[in-house]
Design a protein around this ligand. Sequence first.
Ligand code: AMP
Length: 367
Amino acid sequence: MTVSDKVKLKPGDTIGILGGGQLGRMLAMAAARLGLKCQVFSPDPDSPAFDVVLNATCAEYADVEALELFANDVDVITYEFENVPAATAMVLAARRPVLPAQKILETTQDRLIEKNFVKRLGIDTADYADVSSAETLQSAIARIGLPAVIKTRRFGYDGKGQAIIREGDDPVRIWEELGTKSAILEAFVSFEREISVIAARSADGHVECYDVTENEHRDHILKFSRVPAAISDELAAQARAVAEKIAHALDYVGVLAVELFVVAGNGGPHVLVNEVAPRVHNSGHWTLDGASVSQFEQHIRAIAGWPLGKPIRHGQVTMTNLIGDDILDYEQWLTVPGATVHLYGKGTPRPGRKMGHVTEVAPASKK
Ligand code: AMP
């Protein structure tokens, strides 16, 4: 019997959420609609998720006493970010079920371990190599070629902790600037498009995937998601099969996102996995207004031990992220016919900060 088999919440029970950002906030709102309470744990007193729950714990992730008290107050624990420290997860898992399971974090917190795991499943990724010094970077470049992308193994997001190395660049300088001892070098992928699959898996192994999302980034940050992705049905099925395989292999419970590159090939386009996110994901925000059950609700259902919903898409959907000063246009967005506006209640709009998003659904043209 695994941890997840034991969880069966009733309406009125409490879910503990680690992390107080917009993902935690939207998880808590989805839980409330299902009659479940949430308690949010975050070290940041300005956490947007605190605004939507009655009970919050504002403490450091290393504060064992606070973690224990938090665990005592809740029935199951989940998280909205993948960099939950291992020691934090261990303290919590000793007291309450943590879903997705703690061991999944070990795979997804480290790009090298994650890529090796995906490869072992027979799923394609860009070529990559382990890099731990300027010398190993030189030999990785010799094997993989240029251009290539160097990425820190841990704690990278929205393009942070990575750099492109081109012909003529000085790899030693780039290595020193990266300021890490553990990285991977990845072949640069000339992709046709970027897509993602949001998948939910329940404790009994049932998987529901959303329609494949096409993603457009600006300055490494997601700007638009469009659904359905402009790819063939066969490729979409392939992408969903990849996500399903990963979810089963991780014995996953909850929602996960798989980011993929679509690349041209002799036998037609195919997909390469870029990254696996063990959580609800920005490219799944469209599901709040564009599908019968949102990614947030699916995650809550999965970790509560409840049946997953069958996600039915309402039409052609565009999600636009409001990043930094984009938020200043919120009143204009409020007047756009058919647009649904989500504001995260964050204070200062810094460049690159995700402040809200807007969903537009065109119901007529279902694919
Ligand atoms: P990541 O942090 O790995 O999700 O990368 C952020 C973004 O950088 C991706 O969504 C891509 O747009 C771009 N990127 C990452 N890896 C590569 C690659 N190997 N080749 C080309 N572009 C990449």
